[in-house]
Design a protein around this ligand. Structure first.
Ligand SMILES: Cc1ncc(C[n+]2csc(CCOP(=O)(O)OP(=O)(O)O)c2C)c(N)n1
Ligand SMILES: [Mg+2]
Length: 551
């Protein structure tokens, strides 16, 4: 058995179901071995698509998604998706081919030092130098991707000559170890309960790590919110961690402008930060005056940051910590100011939900989408102005039903991400919502989706521009520059790849089109013209709201 075959045997032992990637000359042996294995290889049209698929596979399962590329340009094409997974704490293992080991010290065709290239975008990168190291290297790659602090990306670089070498007899894959959760100590939890009990206006802020490591602990979050009377703000990556109709649910923080959530945080004297990951939201946004008591509840210690000095760090299994906190915290005062703010927020959010204007207002588009999507269905957001509207207006009641890249925040994730989501949730509706900019970055994966029989739907917010950048330019300079473009005919483009294409012609079309699109057995693309005049209006409205409250 050669090293490539042993590598694939180890991947199967790790429970790998899919590998996303593109074959190349330097990984022919690995491809042969995959073909002989139970693992399904999804051949993509760009390595970036493969990396984003692995990224979203990791986000939805907590198990490392695997992507594969050849050396040099194949590997550089993987980079953005790998960096996205690493930054957002999604478990991912990237495997690349490499030149023969005797050529690695000289300049040569397609050679690039991949360990150096992957070093800043992974938790760990290893070059396979000896046949007998393969089982340990694979086990370590998964162990670090799936744990050892926050989850993230790892990398294995396999030179073509090593891939062909024979492994010694008796070298077996190492079994995955399932480490027991570590619990925070009760004394620290009791101190947290005391601080909470003393606080006048405590607020719970739930961040990315909450839906990442323990998507199932929404009950504990809601129990604590109700017993300790804590309004709950979530970040974009923790959407759905509390039901949107819960009276303590205060919505999503994170759009560039100050919003209702910032108003609430400004009034708080204590922040209970649960699974807050600094990469998602600058801590200066939470506590600009450094006058709040911060309790950091996470599986990992807080990162060092001048703007985030926790008074107490409660490190350990978060669900267990919250269960104890619910029992220990005696607070009876209702957050009436938060309830009033919530009523005002819901009223503002519901404006334009039935607006008949065309091109459609983002609020109407999202309201129609919400009515079409059921419990457990998954929406994947791309990055742009549409993401800001999704963050504000797409309410969800279950974690991991709205996937947003908000650490690295890379355009191009939604469409390949939807492909991975559909592989995992075949019985659910899966919708990629993307800008026309981000769509064109990975639209080639529609062919992959068609070939793999994965009928998800992609909805394009069509504004013929890099809308979010225009929004910022307009806010800042009163005009936009170098952000406009023209679009192809998306209906024909979809059809040319064997997919179904639709163009929304009036506001009342969208729901019918969505329902029809979800009935197709091929991927579908909906071109939806959007009125981004609403962007600057939102900036102005939010400024008036914030000013009105601080007057
Ligand atoms: C890969 C990548 N390139 C550039 C950016 C910076 N950026 C953020 S949003 C945006 C514009 C997005 O345009 P589009 O996809 O059309 O969405 P819209 O804002 O119009 O909704 C850009 C260029 C990014 N986040 N990721
Ligand atoms: Mg756009």
């Amino acid at each position: 058995m050669n090293v490539a075959q042993k590598l694939v045997e180890c991947l199967a032992a790790e429970g790998v179901e899919y590998i996303f990637g593109i074959p190349g000359e330097e990984n022919l042996e690995v491809i042969e071995a995959i073909a002989e294995s139970p693992i399904r290889f999804i051949t993509t049209r760009h390595e970036q698509g493969a990396a984003f698929m692995a990224d979203v596979y990791g986000r939805l399962t907590g198990k490392a998604g695997v992507c594969l590329a050849t050396l040099g340009p194949g590997a550089t094409n993987l980079i953005t998706g790998v960096a996205d997974a690493n930054s957002d704490g999604a478990p991912l293992v990237a495997i690349t081919g490499q030149v023969s080991s005797e050529r690695m010290h000289i300049t040569g065709h397609q050679y690039l030092d991949l360990a150096k290239l992957f070093e800043p975008i992974t938790k760990r990168t290893k070059l396979v130098m000896r046949p007998d190291s393969i089982t340990e290297i694979v086990r370590l790659a998964f162990k670090y991707a799936e744990g050892e602090g926050l989850m993230g990306a790892t990398h294995i670089d396999l030179p073509v000559d090593v891939a062909r070498m024979e492994v010694p007899d008796g070298l077996n894959p190492m079994s995955p170890q399932h480490s027991r959760p570590e619990y925070a100590d009760l004394e620290t939890i009791a101190q947290a309960a005391k601080l909470l009990a003393r606080a006048k206006f405590p607020v719970m802020l739930v961040g990315a790590d909450a839906s990442r490591t323990r998507p199932d602990f929404t009950n504990e979050i809601m129990d604590l919110a109700h017993t300790a009377h804590l309004p709950v703000v979530n970040t974009m990556m923790a959407k759905g961690i509390i039901r949107s109709d819960d009276p303590y649910a205060m919505g999503t923080i994170g759009i560039p402008q100050k919003d209702y959530q910032d108003l609430l945080l400004a009034q708080a004297d204590l922040l209970l930060c649960v699974g807050y990951d600094i990469v998602e939201l600058a801590p200066s946004r939470l506590d600009p005056l450094l006058d709040k008591t911060i309790i950091h509840v996470s599986t990992a210690a807080a990162h060092v940051n001048r703007s985030y000095p926790p008074a107490l760090e409660v490190v350990g299994d978060m669900a267990e910590t919250l269960r104890h906190l619910s029992q220990l915290t005696a607070r009876i005062q209702e957050p009436d100011h938060a309830f009033a703010l919530r009523d005002e927020m819901l009223l503002e959010h519901s404006a334009y939900e039935t607006d008949g204007a065309y091109p459609m207002k983002p609020q109407r588009i999202l309201s129609d989408i919400r009515k079409t999507m059921g419990k457990g269905d998954v929406l994947l957001s791309d990055v742009g102005a549409h993401k800001m509207w999704i963050a504000r207006h797409y309410f969800c009641d279950e974690p991991n039903t709205c996937i947003i890249s908000n650490g690295f925040a890379s355009m191009g994730i939604a469409l390949p991400g939807a492909l991975a989501a559909k592989l995992l949730r075949n019985e659910n509706r899966v919708l990629a919502v993307t800008g026309d900019g981000g769509f064109m970055m990975n639209c080639q994966e529609l062919e992959t989706a068609r070939r793999e029989h994965l009928p998800f739907v992609t909805l394009i917010f069509n504004d013929s521009a890099y809308g979010l950048i225009q929004w910022k330019q307009n806010d800042r300079f009163g005009h936009a520059n170098m952000t406009a473009f023209t679009n192809p005919n998306y209906v024909k483009m979809a059809q040319s790849m064997g997919c179904k294409g639709y163009r929304v012609q009036s506001a009342d079309d969208l729901r019918t089109i969505l329902d029809d699109a979800f009935r197709q057995d091929v991927p579908a693309v909906i071109d939806c013209p959007v009125d981004y005049g609403e962007n600057v209006l939102l900036t102005q409205r939010l400024k008036a709201i914030i000013d009105g409250h601080s007057a």
